[in-house]
Design a protein around this ligand. Structure first.
Ligand code: SAM
Length: 362
């Protein structure tokens, strides 16, 4: 019965006080800055006039007096009000050219508030107007421009994410959007020189988010580009998540396949992604002078107990045979080793036992 005209943002933080102290103010809008003018050519720059009196209840008895202007004119206090300052302080303000009696010099006195003394920013309030942060409609138009059609029901305008990212982060910070959708958060984070991680389970991660981010890197000029003076640059990496390696108790999934565990072990050892070779061998590759191998799931065609998943002279020879010429030190993951510590040292092999030495996190 009513048309839905607003979005709600929920703000969570671990430490509200810390967030309050570290978050950024909003820049003064052009509209606010335009209120500052300089009709008397004050060398301190633009100013606006603000009231020189306050509610009477807040004043001390020294703040109630008849104000005699330098031209002799007497200004009475409005009913129920007091002057902001005592008469001696007021005289200092007059001497400092901070009291304004209008262009003719006959108006009731007001105080000059200079732009250079104004707070550099505004405390964000809870009402964000479409004029400042855009609308879903604006975002839909952006998606049509970017993708050729409006593919998402409730895309967010870049200006909205721009304000969120501005308030909560600084350049170089890491922004996470675990429901990336059309990729707005990542696009804006890139344009604002933040690092980011976007997670998306839909195919549009490939069909929409990736091309959009490529356009941003190439200097796309929609959304917040102009206000951020965005000229393109930087880059991003796209990853597909494999099946989970661990169950919720931290144990390796029983039906995990060799390439999935291999990719996990490679990443946890080298912190680089593993490129699956055309034909699988226990040797996963070498990195910074260290080779890595995995004996798992009968990769050598032998699933018998004490067979292909156990480090023996035979399986070590098979690993070496598949190592494409690599002869350096090796880390081998397997169920068990029959080689003694002395033999391992002689072969320059570090043995790690599955599943115990396969770590969920570094
Ligand atoms: C409403 S959209 C997000 C809109 C986005 N903020 C934007 O401006 O375009 C939510 C997205 O989250 C994705 N999603 C939902 N559950 C997810 C999950 N568990 N993991 C990854 N993505 C998920 C959906 O596929 C959908 O694209």
């Amino acid at each position: 019965m009513f048309s839905e005209d607003c979005e709600r943002l929920l703000l969570y933080c671990k430490e509200p006080k810390e967030f309050g102290a570290s978050r950024n103010d909003l820049p003064l809008s052009e509209e606010v800055k335009a209120r500052y003018k300089n009709p008397d050519d004050d060398e301190r720059g633009a100013w606006q006039s603000v009231s020189l009196n306050a509610q009477g209840g807040h004043g001390t008895k020294d703040q109630f007096y008849d104000f005699v202007a330098p031209n002799g004119k007497v200004h009475k206090l409005p009913e129920g009000r007091c002057w902001l300052y005592t008469w001696p302080v007021m005289q200092e303000k007059i001497a400092d050219g901070r009291v304004w009696f209008g262009a003719t010099g006959n108006n009731a006195p007001r105080q000059k508030k200079f732009l250079f003394e104004a707070k550099a920013g505004l405390t964000p309030n809870t009402l964000w107007l479409a004029n400042d942060v855009g609308t879903n409609d604006e975002a839909k138009k952006d998606t049509v421009r970017l993708f050729g059609s409006a593919v998402f029901d409730t895309p967010k305008p870049e200006r909205l994410l721009g304000r969120v990212i501005h308030i909560a982060t600084n350049p170089g910070d890491l922004v996470l959007d675990s429901f990336l959708g059309s990729g707005t958060t990542a696009a804006v984070a890139q344009k604002m020189n933040r690092r980011y991680i976007g997670i998306e389970m839909g195919e549009h991660a490939v069909t929409h988010c990736t091309p959009r981010l490529q356009k941003v890197v190439d200097g796309e000029q929609g959304g917040v580009s102009k206000s951020q003076n965005w000229r393109g640059g930087g880059g991003f990496r796209f990853f597909r998540l494999g099946p989970p390696v661990f169950d919720e108790d931290g144990a390796i999934q029983p039906d995990i396949r060799f390439p999935v565990l291999a990719a996990h072990i490679w990443f946890s050892e080298t912190e680089t992604p593993w490129t699956k070779p055309k034909s699988l061998t226990p040797f996963l590759g070498d990195h910074d002078g260290q080779g890595y191998a995995l004996l798992f799931n009968g990769i050598l065609g032998d699933k018998s107990i004490g067979g292909g998943n156990v480090l023996t002279r035979k399986t070590l020879a098979a690993i070496r045979a598949g190592a494409s010429g690599y002869t350096g030190p090796l880390t081998v993951y397997g169920e068990r080793t029959v080689l003694s510590d002395a033999s391992l040292a002689e072969e320059v092999v570090t043995f790690k036992q599955t599943p115990y030495d396969v770590r969920a996190r570094k």
